[in-house]
Each structure stands twice: as structure tokens, then as C-alpha cells.
Design a protein around this ligand. Structure first.
Ligand SMILES: [Zn+2]
Ligand SMILES: [Zn+2]
Length: 279
């Protein structure tokens, strides 16, 4: 009797150590400190939300794991991620804005699209790997495919987990707001093409979008109607019919500056832009 109890106990220890945080229920918080809270999002994926409203994702396969974006200020992010998954890690940046590419100093290698090189790497000394449309990160049983989705930045990418029907979108289509007012910016036609591309992926089985600022999304997931509304708004900016409906964008980032972008809205979906940058 004693012996079988010991075997059971050993087996459960083994399971716990092998499966890391996978014992957590979806929605359960698996890590929390003043800067970051990590929640189980899927059976093999976690969302990390920072105290300043940026978002990172961890996706685990059988052999490797991916860290999608690195947030702004997260002390010891490498060790925090290792506490979630002990698999070798690919660090993939959806784009190089500082709220997605902070903390890269903790990692020896990063992946991003070369069109974002213009945004700069702020002294990063590790190895830079460029990705291209169609590249696949094979994590073992889980694959993340690169979809180039420019406009918010020239090198913005989404990562598609086709088998799970998930798109990790960074800021490609925004998080209720898409910011197209920043420099370098793309013409609105580029954004329409990106919306079309994502909608085409939705026709082929993607049905959830996990975006780059999860906290702003009701329930954390964007669906097809959101992208369709973005496309409709973008078309009205391209043909000019939407511009009279746009209003000054009220956001803390702009309150005390000379920059006065406009925002065009429908059903809580917003495009922030400058008219002079649309063409
Ligand atoms: Zn961004
Ligand atoms: Zn962002």
C-alpha cells in the first residue's frame, strides 16, 4: 500500500514538472507582479498584460516556444518566461514600436520583418533575424506563420496559428483603435490591403484575433466584424467620404502636444489618422 502511494505521488510530481503551467485552467492567472500579469489563454498559450497596457503572448509547442512581443518595462522578462515554459524560445516582434520591442536586451536573438528596421533597435546587441511572408516557426505540433500586414508600421506582421484558427496581430488592425497617424506611415490603400489580407485568412479558417493591446478589447478577442468595420472606415477615408465625419482624437498621448490627429469611428472601431498622410 505504501509503495503504490509513493508511485502515485512520484507520477504526479513528474506530470507537474513536465507540463509546466499547463495545469492551469484557461483564464487562470499564472504569474503576477507590479509590472506584469500572465493569464492562461489557450491550452498552449498565455497572454501577458503589463501595467502600462501593452501585451505579450507566449505560445508553446512540443519542442519550442515563441514569445510574441516583449512589452515595455518588464524586469527579468527572460526568467519570467522560463517560469512559464522551459522550451527553447523564439522571440518574435510583431513590429518595432517600443511598447512591443522593449526588453529585447534580455534575449540573445530576435525575429522581425526587415521593413521595420527604419524604426531602430535602440542599442540591441543580440542577433537579428529577419522574417518574410510565409515563414513558419515550427514549435512542434504548433506552427506560427508570418503574414506581412503593413500600414501601422512598414514591417508589421501577424502570426497565424492556422490549426487553432488564431491570428496574433500586434497592432496590425489595432485594438479598437488602429493608429495610422505615426511616421513612417503607409497610404490608407496599404491598410485596406492589410484588412483584405486578414479577411482572406478569416475565410480560410482564422476566427480569433489576439491583438497587441488585449486590455482594450472586450473579452480579449477580435472577430471578423471588427476587421470588416475597419475596412469600411478605411475605404471611406480613401475616397474622402469619411473625412468630414472624423473628429479630433482625444488621447492622453496628444493632449499637450502640437500634434492633432483625427479619428473616424463606427461601433467602437476607430481609425486614427492625419488627412495629409492618407495618400
Ligand atoms: Zn505599434
Ligand atoms: Zn502597440
Amino acid at each position: 500500500m505504501k509503495k503504490s502511494l509513493f508511485i502515485l505521488f512520484s507520477a504526479s510530481l513528474f506530470l507537474t514538472s513536465c507540463s509546466g503551467s499547463n495545469n492551469a485552467q484557461i483564464g487562470e492567472v499564472v504569474f503576477e507582479n507590479d509590472q506584469l500579469r500572465i493569464t492562461q489563454l489557450e491550452e498552449n498559450a498565455w497572454v501577458g498584460e503589463t501595467s502600462d497596457n501593452t501585451t505579450i503572448y507566449i505560445v508553446e509547442g512540443d519542442d519550442r516556444a515563441a514569445l510574441i512581443d516583449t512589452g515595455t518595462s518588464i524586469d527579468g522578462l527572460d526568467e519570467i518566461v522560463t517560469g512559464i515554459t522551459d522550451k527553447p524560445l523564439d522571440v518574435i516582434l510583431t513590429h518595432l514600436h517600443s511598447d512591443h520591442a522593449g526588453n529585447i536586451r534580455y534575449f540573445d536573438e530576435i525575429y522581425f520583418h526587415p521593413a521595420d528596421t527604419v524604426l531602430g533597435l535602440r542599442g540591441y546587441t543580440g542577433k537579428v533575424n529577419y522574417v518574410a511572408e510565409g515563414d513558419v516557426f515550427d514549435l512542434g505540433g504548433t506552427q506560427l506563420e508570418v503574414l506581412h500586414a503593413p500600414a501601422h508600421t512598414p514591417g508589421e506582421i501577424c502570426l497565424l496559428d492556422r490549426a487553432a484558427g488564431i491570428c496574433y496581430s500586434g497592432d496590425a488592425v489595432g485594438s479598437n483603435d488602429v493608429w495610422l497617424q505615426l511616421q513612417p506611415s503607409a497610404p490608407i490603400a496599404t491598410y485596406i490591403a492589410t484588412c483584405d489580407k486578414i479577411l482572406a485568412e478569416m475565410d480560410k479558417g482564422i476566427d480569433k484575433i489576439y491583438c497587441g493591446h488585449y486590455v482594450y478589447i472586450d473579452g480579449g478577442v477580435l472577430h471578423r466584424d471588427y476587421v470588416e468595420t475597419m475596412r469600411e472606415l478605411a475605404l471611406s477615408l480613401e475616397d474622402g467620404s469619411g473625412i468630414p465625419q472624423a473628429v479630433p482624437y482625444d488621447n492622453a498621448a496628444y493632449r499637450n502636444t502640437a500634434w492633432k490627429p483625427l479619428v473616424l469611428s463606427k461601433n467602437g472601431v476607430n481609425i486614427v489618422f492625419y488627412p495629409e498622410y492618407l495618400k
